[in-house]
Design a binder for this molecule. Structure first.
Ligand code: 16G
Length: 243
């Protein structure tokens, strides 16, 4: 980090130069995942930059997901998310998928309750105008890391009490005898926009996968309409194809 040889070369504001220098250090493994960055004061001393400049550079690394700040203990290089290989041929739940990899799941609730069905939900769920639906919207985390945002809508008779869903929606459906047995899933590439990027802990514009799942009960009735946004850097979807 000593200023000779990089500071002032290439131009740009000094905080950008420092940010780049730190990025290079992370990419080269000089600052490995989970290692702590030197305190701001120390970086300022070594580089001969002001603490404001140092803070700004670190803030940008936080914004870009390279560094995370932990209350009371400083800044750490983030461990890049390990990618999850997800089969596209089995109808499983997020909780089951993560449990089979030894990961624990947690949810940050954004919405959970009973609402008036939106017109598109009326159509997709085969309801009548004025019908109510159960809606659960949450940030899904595995091993403490945000993986996906998921907003599920279900007919009220299938999930009469949405508050019951504490961890797994499918576990609640299973207990009620409403476990879906078939689903249609559509996956599209998108760039993650601001509010969602913050929740997912990715940079604005980062790659994401928009997934829409419509799942069905054995009777053929729609059980669930779920719109999800998965982190593009966390998932590989795999399907087996046969002639
Ligand atoms: C998966 C499903 C989602 C379902 C959820 C139930 C995709 C893209 N989506 O995340 O439709 O609602 O599992 O998970 O796979 P849970 O039982 O852990 O709540």
């Amino acid at each position: 980090l000593r200023p000779e040889g990089w500071l002032g070369e290439g131009g740009g504001p000094r905080y950008v130069q420092l940010r780049r220098r730190l990025e290079e250090g992370i990419a080269a493994g000089l600052l490995p995942p989970e290692s702590s960055l030197p305190p701001e004061r120390e970086i300022a001393e070594i580089t001969d930059l002001s603490r404001v400049t140092v803070r700004r550079a670190i803030q940008e690394l936080v914004r870009d997901g390279l560094v995370e700040q932990r209350q009371g203990s400083g800044s750490f290089v983030r461990d890049p998310v390990t990618r999850v290989e997800q089969s596209l041929s089995r109808l499983t739940s997020f909780t089951e998928d993560m449990a089979s990899r030894g990961m624990e799941t947690t949810s940050r609730w954004l919405e959970r309750g009973v609402f008036l069905a939106a017109p598109e939900e009326v159509a997709a769920l085969g309801l009548a105008d004025g019908d109510q639906v159960a809606r659960i919207h949450r940030l899904r985390e595995a091993g403490g890391r945000p993986m996906a945002l998921e907003r599920a809508t279900l007919p009220l008779d299938i999930l009469p009490n949405p508050i019951e869903v504490v961890t797994s929606l499918y576990a609640v459906l299973d207990r009620a005898g409403h476990r879906p047995v078939r689903a249609i899933q559509k996956i599209s590439a998108i760039n993650v926009a601001a509010p969602e990027a913050d929740l997912l802990g990715v940079a604005e514009g980062a790659a994401g996968l928009r997934i829409e799942r419509t799942s069905f009960l054995p009777s053929g009735r729609v059980a669930e309409l779920t719109r999800s946004l998965y982190r593009g850097d966390a998932y590989d979807f795999v399907a087996e194809l046969r002639l």
